[in-house]
Design a protein around this ligand. Structure first.
Ligand SMILES: NC(=O)c1ccc[n+]([C@@H]2O[C@H](COP(=O)([O-])OP(=O)(O)OC[C@H]3O[C@@H](n4cnc5c(N)ncnc54)[C@H](OP(=O)(O)O)[C@@H]3O)[C@@H](O)[C@H]2O)c1
Length: 238
């Protein structure tokens, strides 16, 4: 089983790659940063363990085409890619270029991946998108993130119909301890995680493994398509 994981150089995507390898599959991790990809390959034991890396910026259509031409046929596609550098903004002061860079990295890229991957995915395969808790529980300055995550839920359902029998699903994480939080919270990360852990019914924030477990279910369950699977520790309840 060969699985392409866009965003697999870090965080949740790297967790998915680890789980794929643990189950005896092959993982191709994709991202923009060669350094991050090399570190991911090394962390998971190197190419001998069945992991490969491909550099691509999936906001660029030519990179997406080149990626799939290089990978050839494969079974499952997962994207966890998002560049949140300019994602959180007050609407009254919206910087449109920043907004578009986030939309391109998470939403437009998912469309481009669908467009170019479909002919490379083997029968019985799947495409798993990543949304997020902001669709249900927007944070202050988070209108853009809420809207993109909500749009991706709609996209997953639409692609499940249009690209059938390819199965298309979306995993929606809550707060998960990954490098994204270094950008979002900086030195306040530990304090914010402690406060959230106290609120959540499960008493902790998530790990990449929590979400990877759900992604592997969506990949492998052949009766599941068009689903949104929430892995958020009960966040919408509090
Ligand atoms: N962690 C959370 O609490 C949380 C909560 C809700 C939703 N999510 C969602 O979960 C997903 C994964 O996030 P994460 O926490 O695992 O963050 P992460 O560690 O920052 O992973 C995001 C990955 O996306 C890649 N990426 C960004 N832009 C790209 C582009 N244009 N082309 C190719 N790759 C690109 C990055 O690699 P390069 O920089 O090398 O390109 C990075 O490896 C995101 O969609 C995020 O919005 C996370």
């Amino acid at each position: 089983m060969k699985v392409v994981i866009v965003g697999g150089g870090s965080g949740i995507g790297l967790g998915v790659a680890r789980e794929v390898l643990r189950r005896g599959g092959q993982a191709v991790i994709v991202g923009r940063s060669r350094t991050k990809l090399d570190a991911g390959v090394a962390e998971l034991g190197g190419e001998a363990k069945g992991i490969q890396a491909c550099e691509a910026d999936i906001t660029r259509e030519e990179d997406v085409e080149r990626l799939f031409a290089r990978v050839g046929s494969f079974r499952h596609l997962v994207t966890t890619a998002a560049d949140v550098t300019r994602a959180y903004q007050p609407v009254r002061e919206l910087d449109l270029a920043g907004a578009r860079s986030f939309i391109d990295s998470k939403f437009t890229s998912s469309l481009l991946l669908a467009k170019h991957a479909v002919k490379h995915i083997e029968v019985g395969g799947s495409f798993t998108l990543t949304g997020g808790i902001a669709a249900q529980r927007p944070a202050p300055r988070g209108a853009l993130v809420a809207a993109v995550n909500g749009a991706l839920e709609g996209l997953a359902r639409a692609l499940a119909v249009e690209l059938a029998p390819l199965r298309v699903n979306l995993v929606s994480p809550g707060w998960v301890d990954t490098p994204i939080w270094d950008k979002l919270a900086g030195s306040a990360k530990a304090e914010r995680f402690d406060a959230m852990a106290r609120r959540l019914p499960v008493g902790r924030v998530g790990t990449p493994e929590d979400v990877a477990h759900a992604v592997l279910f969506l990949m492998e369950n052949s009766f599941t398509t068009g689903s949104v699977l929430h892995v958020d520790g009960g966040h919408p309840l509090v």
